[in-house]
Write a protein that binds this ligand. Structure first.
Ligand code: CTP
Length: 412
């Protein structure tokens, strides 16, 4: 799942032995592209250190409400608002009681009172404390206020007793976080495949045929689709870019490897081919470095590469519902792109001008004409990130389930 891509979680660690499990939760959230910022209570600091949390979250750890430096840099109000979700794990009986009462005598409780964001708690305590009427009433108050909860589970407790009170496992907490973000994501449950970057076609072990594609547009599209909740697979040729957060990235070199990785990723709901695939490769790449024997340069014999976009567009059981290609053109941009749409059999083509001086290849901006069977939609010049977000929104709309027909509109 990649519904966590780009999401910010404010994680509050209160006092409880289960705090050690929270370290694993941080790792898993970050693996899926989420960012974690921690507040550690005094009780929590008895069980895990700020250093462990800082190392895993790669962020500063906050703990003191009255710290002059923290308050001047960030402030507890901003800290509580600059998140998409606040998670309290472990949530001790004490912090649940304070939350229910609206107390704010430390940074964690002040942030929870000040936040305007949803809150998820993962209670963890001795089973008697959990079953106590006070805790149960506090939980009822919090639930009535819309606070989400996960666990606790039944099992052996660190204190040697057995019962309800064990904090939910990191996997379950992660599941609750993903379920929260996934519920409104328009592409939740969809699988998107994106190609990006150039391909390198070997001539010999040191030389290759390549092109100037930076991969910026394709990578931005993969991230945008992941942010909309799609499980996203990115197949990328060699680029200097890091793997987008929350996206399953496969790095390849040649067109043949790119096609194999795309086919292995099928089935998918939408495929976006943004890679600048080399049309040709050396027919017989040399296994050893070619030497300058004499003065005559060697002749390079080329052969055609597979057309990945055309392969994915070919009708068959695994054809994605929506196949989107790009058309890199230097003249008659729309006209050539319309011909490409027909030739390749895809559903949409995003035509862009890559002529010298357009600044598209390697640049941060792009001018797009979206062409489909109905016509041409020309977008204003915008950043590649904005192109990705706009395309993502179009894709989400195209894949959205058709609205249910109301029974009163049905004619017999
Ligand atoms: N494409 C592909 N596999 C190839 C060549 C292109 O998947 N072997 C895809 C690109 O990712 C892009 C679209 O096809 O989505 C068009 O690429 P482009 O380079 O504009 O066109 P070509 O097919 O290479 O045609 P030409 O070079 O003649 O313009």
């Amino acid at each position: 799942m990649s519904s966590l891509a780009g999401k910010r979680i404010l994680l509050i660690i209160s006092g409880g032995i289960a705090a050690y499990k929270t370290l694993e939760t941080i790792r898993r959230v970050r693996e899926r592209g989420g960012a974690v910022r921690c507040i550690l209570t005094k009780g929590g600091a008895q069980f895990v250190t700020p250093l462990s949390l800082a190392a895993l979250s790669e962020d500063k750890v906050y703990g003191d409400l009255f710290s002059l430096t923290d308050e001047s840099e960030m402030g507890h109000i901003r800290l509580s608002r600059e998140a998409d979700l606040a998670v309290v794990a472990p949530a001790s009986a004490d912090i649940l009681a304070k939350m229910a009462q609206g107390r704010a005598d430390d940074l964690a409780t002040a942030a929870l009172l000040a936040t305007d964001k949803p809150v998820l708690v993962a209670p963890a305590m001795n089973s008697r404390m959990w079953e106590h009427a006070a805790t149960q009433e506090n939980m009822a108050v919090l639930k009535a206020r819309g606070i989400l909860s996960v666990g606790p589970n039944e099992g052996d407790m660190a204190c040697g007793e057995f019962g309800f009170g064990r904090m939910a496992e990191p996997e379950e907490i992660l599941g609750a976080i993903e379920a929260f973000f996934g519920r409104d994501a328009p592409l939740a449950g969809r699988h998107a495949l994106v190609t990006s970057g150039p391909t390198f076609e070997a001539i010999d072990p040191v030389r290759f045929i390549g092109n100037r594609s930076s991969g910026r547009q394709g990578h931005a599209i993969a991230l945008a689709l992941a942010r909309l909740g799609a499980r996203t697979t990115l197949v990328s040729g060699p680029t200097g870019l890091s793997d987008p957060a929350g996206v399953e990235t496969h790095r390849v070199e040649s067109a043949q490897e790119m096609l194999a990785a795309c086919e292995a990723a099928l089935p998918c709901d939408v495929a976006v081919c943004a890679a600048a695939v080399s049309d040709w490769r050396a027919k017989e790449p040399h296994s050893r470095k070619m030497k300058k024997n004499g003065k005559t340069p060697p002749e390079l014999v080329l052969t055609a590469n597979p057309d990945i976009l055309a392969c994915l567009s070919a009708t068959g059981n695994t054809r994605p519902r929506l196949v989107v290609g790009f058309a890199a053109e230097t003249e008659k941009v729309v006209e050539h792109a319309q011909a490409k749409l027909a030739k390749k059999g895809c559903d949409w083509i995003l035509a862009n001008d890559v002529s010298q001086g357009s600044g598209t290849f390697g640049g941060a901006q792009n001018t797009i004409h979206l062409i489909d069977a109905h016509g041409v939609d020309s977008w204003p010049r915008m950043s590649k990130d904005d192109v990705a977000a706009k395309l993502g929104a179009r894709i989400a709309k195209a894949l959205a389930p058709a609205p249910a027909v109301k029974s009163e509109n049905l004619k017999s």
